[in-house]
Design a binder for this molecule. Structure first.
Ligand SMILES: Nc1ncnc2c1ncn2[C@@H]1O[C@H](COP(=O)(O)OP(=O)(O)OP(=O)(O)O)[C@@H](O)[C@H]1O
Ligand SMILES: [Mg+2]
Length: 314
């Protein structure tokens, strides 16, 4: 659905080349139909720039991309018809009502039944009561909801959502998240940026961690396993030093650490290794109280990746 080859964006800031700003450096990715893809990275990483490039709003300095089967730069009208965009600063007609704004947009995109669609999305986003108020009088969260309605009104197959829940209260964020899940079930492709890592972990099939360059790309679960391995904690009532060696000797067990009365074991295949370890410990006289896996969050992975990348640039 979205494919890029070596997309690069250099902003010319001063007169000489030294002051050029490389916002996106050689980005090659592929996002499948029906996938929710999370694009994560710190402030200024180049996420919004990427979204703007892929939706035909600005041109890349080099590289090519295909969006919804259309070639970027050649078929941008079709690309714009196939995608819905929620950007950081969605331009709305401030003096017109929310209803009027949506109506104009829907008409522009040849929506079949404009009134029906406008009503549907106003209600869905909880803006029905305020539909006749001018957008200028809207709060930040209301604007965000209206922008989402606008991104969706022409029923695009691909959605680019740039920080869809930023500025929303917890309840509204939840509504938007549930909404994204629904859109995924409908088979739409979603490319979203977010600073909410918990949200990314819950919603995204795969995430790319990006800081000018793509640092890594995989499912949150795979990233976790690659980065930290899988570690299991065996809580014991009392720990005998000899058990460390006993556990280390079991096939599949990697590093074994001791913390209080706990054994922390790196394992390749905990589902198969754990029963054997428990058995060995019990046979040796241990009282096994709990067994739990240490779960690293996407946040820990993200911080680790971004930190390493900063060091690389320094
Ligand atoms: N039109 C522009 N002219 C010059 N520089 C720009 C322009 N647009 C973006 N940049 C620069 O490109 C870099 C990437 O900006 P971008 O907005 O893509 O970051 P971002 O990842 O979306 O950050 P945030 O998380 O803060 O939204 C920044 O250094 C920014 O200053
Ligand atoms: Mg941004």
């Amino acid at each position: 659905m979205i494919k890029t080859q070596g997309i690069t964006k250099i902003f010319k800031i001063g007169k000489n080349q030294e002051s050029d700003l490389v916002a996106v450096d050689d980005l090659t990715i592929e996002v499948d139909r029906g996938e929710v893809f999370g694009f994560l990275g710190p402030n200024g990483a180049g996420k919004t720039t990427t979204v703007r490039i892929l939706t035909g709003l600005i041109r890349p300095t080099s590289g090519t991309a295909q969006v919804a089967g259309f070639e970027l730069g050649k078929d941008d009208t079709n690309i714009r018809r196939s995608v819905g965009i929620l950007t950081e600063a969605p331009g709305m007609y401030e003096r017109l009502t929310a209803e009027k704004n949506l109506t104009i947009f829907a008409s522009l995109y040849d929506v079949a039944d404009v009134e029906k669609s406008v009503n549907k999305y106003l209600s869905m986003m909880g803006l029905w009561e305020r539909r006749l108020d001018s957008v200028g009088s809207y709060s930040k969260g209301m604007r965000q909801k209206l922008a989402l309605a606008r991104a969706l009104i022409h029923e695009p197959q691909i959605l680019f959502l740039d920080e869809p829940t930023s500025g929303l209260d917890p309840e509204a964020s939840k509504t938007v998240r549930e909404f994204i899940e629904e859109l995924k079930l409908e088979g739409r492709t979603i490319f979203m940026t977010t600073h909410n890592l918990d949200e990314a972990e819950r919603l995204c099939d795969r995430v790319g961690i990006f800081q000018q360059k793509l640092l890594t790309l995989d499912s949150p679960a795979n990233l976790r396993d690659q980065m930290f391995g899988r570690r299991v904690v065996f809580h014991l009532q009392k720990l005998e030093p000899a058990w460390v060696e006993l556990v280390s000797a079991i096939a599949g067990a990697g590093n074994v650490e001791v913390a209080d009365n706990k054994l922390v074991v790196s394992l390749k295949d905990p589902e198969n290794n754990n029963p054997e370890i428990v058995r060995a410990l019990v046979n040796a006289g241990a009282q096994v109280q709990f067994v739990g896996e240490i779960r690293h969050s996407l946040e820990q992975i993200y911080l680790e990746m971004v930190k390493t990348s900063d060091r690389g640039q320094a």
